[in-house]
Design a protein around this ligand. Structure first.
Ligand SMILES: Cc1ncc(COP(=O)(O)O)c(C=O)c1O
Length: 387
């Protein structure tokens, strides 16, 4: 047999998958792993899908997605960012935010190019860069900097091969946001070095401390070099529907749509109709879910402040607590494996998100309060035994 592609070696299973495999067959496990809301999709959205199916939404759509949804997306961006994107040429519907990220990288990257990512960051960014036969370059984002880039570090990582960088605010896995002053500095660097920016804003509705984070696309001279990526998954509890969206310069979008045609033709048609309802229907459920996450976040931060040896940074957004385990002297995988074996609690080892991430574990608090309470009780017990 001829060999499989090189990508099959560079794109390996994530440490998250390894943890799941270890837990197979175990009983009474408390899981903090899966990064998705534990709520069902609001009824009005489900009903819109059913109605669309009854009305014959059974066929392929335009590769870019149905125009009424692109119009609703354009209106959403005008409301949330104050930017007007042309629904005909600057907006695209994708299979989750993930496909928007991948198509954008595939359009931007040639073999051997580099793309800068935060360390720690969403595991799939680096895998997608590898799938483009390009190189991820990680830049450390420390708690001292609110888990955002230090602009000087980002600039130092730029080489002639650098095509761009990812900004993810609020961030998975840290819950950190990138403040305006940092964004301004990043924007200047992007313009100076002629770089693209992928602004992953899938957690934009899930913020806990006052104002929503600013999008780098709104800063002067940035709209033309930024792709804003968003999704229905997190805000509307629609992870399984696989609908995301993005807006950016027409030439980038045009080529992403062309690739879409060759990958999957279009996003599931009925799900696109449901997505229109998500954006244009009542928004009270979004706020209700955010309030529940806010309560859980407050509990988690307070509970960890009482556990000696662990440091939890209060997340400003998303639904993750990123916890510093340095004092234990364990790597994040050693910590996560021991915690699973001794206390039957699954967390994600921070190494899944980058080398610097290795001194942390990630807990997703999008799970019922009694799970959270029981899981943290067990983590406290795990730490007590190590004193
Ligand atoms: C930072 C970040 N970006 C993008 C995504 C993709 O989500 P989806 O493809 O469901 O929209 C996720 C999902 O966990 C994420 O955490």
């Amino acid at each position: 047999m001829k060999a499989l592609s090189k990508a099959t070696h560079t794109v390996t299973n994530s440490p998250i998958r390894k943890m799941f495999n270890l837990a197979v067959g175990m009983k009474d496990v408390v899981s903090f792993t899966v990064g998705e809301p534990d709520f069902n999709t609001p009824d009005n959205i489900v009903e819109a899908c059913v109605t669309a199916l009854r009305n014959g939404a059974h066929h392929y759509t335009q590769n870019a997605g149905i125009l009424p949804l692109r119009e609703a997306v354009s209106d959403k961006f005008e409301r949330s960012l104050g930017l007007r994107y042309d629904p005909q040429s600057e907006v695209m519907i994708t299979s989750g935010g993930m496909e928007a990220l991948f198509l954008a990288l595939r359009v931007l990257l040639d073999s051997g190019d580099e793309f800068i990512l935060p360390d720690p960051s969403y595991t799939n960014y680096s895998r997608m860069v590898y799938l483009c036969d390009a190189e991820p370059v990680w830049v450390k984002c420390t708690p001292e900097n609110g888990f955002a880039y230090d602009p000087a570090d980002l600039e130092a990582a730029i080489t002639p091969k650098t095509k761009g960088f990812v900004v993810n605010s609020p961030s998975n896995p840290t819950g950190g946001t990138t403040g305006l002053e940092t964004l301004k500095a990043l924007a200047e660097i992007a313009k100076k070095h002629d770089l693209w920016v992928l602004s992953d804003e899938v957690y934009d509705q899930l913020v806990y401390e006052g104002e929503k984070p600013v999008s780098i696309a709104t800063l002067p001279g940035m709209r033309e070099r930024t792709l804003v990526i968003n999704s229905f998954s997190k805000a509307y509890a629609m992870t399984g529907w696989r609908v995301g969206y993005c807006a950016g310069p027409a030439d980038l979008i045009k080529n992403m749509i062309m690739f879409q045609e060759n990958v999957c033709a279009c996003v599931n048609t009925a799900a696109q109709y449901a997505a229109i309802e998500a954006l244009t229907g009542p928004q009270d459920k979004v706020e209700e879910m955010r309030r529940v996450f806010a309560e859980r976040r407050a509990y988690v931060v307070d509970a960890f402040s009482k556990i000696e040896g662990l440091k939890c940074y209060a997340p400003k957004g998303a639904f993750y607590a990123f916890i510093d385990i340095t004092s234990t002297g364990l790597t994040s995988e050693e910590f996560a494996k021991a915690l699973l074996q001794e206390e039957q609690v699954i967390v994600v080892p921070g190494i899944a998100f980058g080398t610097y991430g290795d001194q942390f574990i990630r807990l997703c608090f999008a799970t019922a309060m009694d799970n959270i309470q029981e899981g943290i009780r067990r983590i406290a017990h795990f730490m007590e035994k190590r004193r």
